[in-house]
Write a protein that binds this ligand. Sequence first.
Ligand SMILES: [Fe+2]
Length: 458
Amino acid sequence: MAIDKLGLEFTASLPETVDAFNGAMDDYMVFAGEPVGHMLAAAEVDPDFAMGYCLTGCLRLFGGVSAAHPRVNLELRAARARRARVTAREQTHIDAFEMAAGGEIGQAGAMWDAILAEHPLDMMAAKCAHECYYLVGESGRMKTSVMNILPAWNESVPYYGFLLGMGAFGLEEAGDYRDAEEMGRRAYAIEPRDCWAVHAVAHVMQMEGRCQDGIRWLDETVDDWQGAVWLQGHLWWHQCLPLIDDGQFGRVLEIFDRHISHCDKDMVTRLMDCTSVLWRLELKGVDFGTRWDSLVDLWMHHVDEHALAFTDAHLAMTLAAAGGEKKLRRFLESQHAYIEGSDSSVAAIVERIGRDLCQGMIEFQRGDYVQAANRIYPIRDEIWRIGGSNAQRDVFLLTLMAALIRAGRHEEARAVLASAAADVPTPSLLLYYGDALDGLGEAQRAEAVRAQARQLVQ
Ligand SMILES: [Fe+2]
């Protein structure tokens, strides 16, 4: 039996496996190094190290690939084969991994939370639950998952600062912006390499429409997170959002080319960031040449995976923009077959919300704004179920607003924007609000809303 740096027992037969596990978790905290490669190397030589396969498989799933990925499947089988020889805690880890791989991601999160109820210092369980709830858009559970275990932690416990960074993100997604920013800044003060805490604070600024604060925050902290190979692309994506609002499109394209667009085909979360930036630039009417093209090739590797409705939506957006009718048809047929052939929660969400969302984004790209609005408008309050963060899903709301306004449906646009712009007063939303008010002949109010948008970028 081995003991990790948090004092938790796990099954291993080689003494060096302890260092391998601790090292991989250290890397995981800072989104750097090669946690998957190192864990896999350790698991392949230690016949009892089930947690090695469990963590590598989970990290791949959380990176956005599906259980259909050949490596995930292999790691799941390897972990399961060792299940009878490990502790009850490790068995639950393996069962939760299997649950997540089966598309029951929210339930997997609950299983990791069940481990935490008994072992509140199990950082791997905390991270896995956190990732699951993020993937299924369950912000309330993401928050409570951390808050429930926080009393068992203090500054003397390894990774304490990182747990605060996770708590900050949970608070932010749940809408507790003041507590989130305070906790995120505290986490960053304890551990400047906590790029997840930096990320949480950037989210707060985005959601509060604090464009200049957001740009400054990421500029000021860049030296601490630029080495975080597994997250830095997403932080650059965050930097692009206020820059787009501020009309700094040249800088956005420079960031896109230097820091976001170069990625491996299996970095699905990064692919989504690429798609999201380009889509948002198109909404602003920016011409960026052939940048969609290389993305199409990378996304086509995932055309049959349907890991999440959120992933599918970005795939559809990319293919609609530049993939051509044949590839788009191939994707839609595959999605249809997936819905018909799977009874998982992910498949149910793809069927109920994801499919219409994909169709809506495709219609928008084709210039059929009436059909785009018809597809997205009825599901607008359910889109959170597809997963991802509030800031990421904002692209669907922006697209719906553009569709409604271009289709001349100003009344519906105003109804949505009146509350959306109050909740998340980003300049882009406010500008659409102004357009809707203009369309309804309320020029004075429209100008007041535009003035509010201008103030946010000053
Ligand atoms: Fe984010």
